[in-house]
Design a protein around this ligand. Structure first.
Ligand code: BGC
Length: 399
């Protein structure tokens, strides 16, 4: 059996959440008592218990240096999610479509070899130490200039050459989930400070929640996110999926996909997803930003305060009826439509990973924040612990 030891800071967050849940449940119980009696209470308690995921662990493979890679399966009454220790990656998420047919809604590979051979997609990974790009791989903290690896068109992408996506995380089962831990040493990929990252995946009923917690012993910059590619039909294109992004502004980019620093309105542009719109409706529009990125690969500025939970996105797939709702405490979301998938690799069911066969909703701080003082800061100082939470909820919608 697993031991349910957990980090104090995460425990505090969970305790707060639990007490809110308990208070909510007490109110419901009082209501039920007056309305329908004891039988209904017992039924509702049984359902609540069943909604927490069962957690099992197995071996997924072995790294070239002999390190074992484990995979954790979280299984609730509605969703099965598999997460492995290599890159703290989401390997599969199985949910029902509107007819009850179960399908896997994320891109990936059936075995570890596929992930080891793929150096460009970041399928399912936690990316870090800095998700997305840092201009020219350079930034300054307290007057000291730091250089991190340039691995993408003259820029640094997703933490460098050996980012958090390519490391094996420590893991242990927790109630309804798994907590992954990575200690990135001072100077790792050029970043200052020993960074301790805890990423906890937990599944309750139809919601896969990711809690991030980071601390350092020296001032550094950090921006963790999850890089899952969703395909809600289980195969084929994502261009018919209808997307809502509750954001009034976005961060346009230069030719090398670095934010210009402006935050223009989405009004009257193909970046306006305030009303549900098919991804393919405007992706080919005569628009400079879409041409630069070969589609959508931009950060949207979410409404609401940094740190407060808000909706980041809702996606409806008309073919399957599946709906994905994303909430986050992060200030932005990178909506990426798999523009650089080139069809040369094949997935779990032998499907081609071709352009626009998956989309990412990477909840995050804005790209290149260390070089944009006006953006919400990604600076993390010793003594601080930064938490953030993102939840992916799966449901269906009738025709
Ligand atoms: C970036 C893309 C990049 C992709 C890598 C996304 O987060 O925004 O530009 O190509 O990750 O798979």
């Amino acid at each position: 059996m697993f031991t349910y030891s957990c980090d104090d800071r995460l425990a505090a967050v969970l305790a707060r959440t639990n007490s809110q849940v308990i208070q909510g449940n007490m109110k419901r119980i009082e209501g039920l008592l007056t309305m329908r009696g004891l039988r209904v209470i017992l039924l509702s308690m049984t359902t609540a218990l069943a909604a927490h995921a069962a957690v099992t662990k197995a071996t997924f493979g072995t790294m070239p240096d002999g390190t074992a890679v484990d995979i954790y399966t979280l299984k609730s009454d509605a969703v099965e999610a598999r997460i492995m220790t290599y890159g703290a990656r989401v390997v599969s998420i199985k949910t029902a479509d509107r007819d009850g047919k179960i399908g896997d809604v994320v891109l990936g590979y059936s075995a570890l070899d596929g992930y080891l051979a793929d150096l460009s997609t970041y399928f399912g990974a936690v990316v870090g130490r800095y998700g997305n790009r840092i201009a020219n791989g350079a930034f300054t903290i307290d007057g000291h200039e730091y250089h991190v690896p340039i691995n993408n068109n003259g820029q640094s992408l997703h933490g460098g050459i050996v980012g958090f996506d390519r490391l094996v995380w420590q893991a242990h089962a927790v109630n309804g989930g798994v907590e992954m831990t990575l200690v990135s040493k001072d100077g790792d990929q050029g970043y200052p400070g020993t960074l301790t990252a805890h990423v906890r995946y937990s599944l309750v009923h139809n919601a896969l929640r990711i809690d991030y917690s980071v601390s350092t012993d020296k001032a550094t910059v950090v921006n963790l996110t999850n890089h899952s590619y969703f395909n809600l039909s289980g195969d084929g294109t994502i261009l018919n999926d209808e997307v809502t992004l509750p954001a009034d502004h976005y961060t346009p980019v230069t030719k090398v996909l670095i934010p210009t620093g402006e935050l223009p309105s989405v009004e009257g542009t193909p970046f306006d997803f305030r009303k549900s719109t098919a991804i393919g409706a405007r992706i080919g529009a005569d628009n400079e930003q879409l041409k630069i990125a070969g589609g959508y690969d931009h950060n949207w500025v979410l409404r609401g305060k940094n740190g407060e939970t808000k909706t980041a996105a809702r996606v409806y797939d008309p073919a399957s009826g599946r709906v994905l709702t994303v909430t986050t405490t992060e200030p932005g979301v990178q909506f990426y439509t798999g523009n650089f998938l080139d069809g040369t690799k094949y997935g779990k069911a032998g499907e081609s990973h071709a352009k626009n066969t998956g989309f990412c909703l990477e909840t995050q701080h804005y790209p290149d924040s260390p070089n944009h003082p006006a953006f919400p800061t990604t600076l993390l100082k010793p003594g601080e612990t930064r938490h953030s939470t993102t939840t992916f909820t799966f449901s269906t919608h009738a025709k």
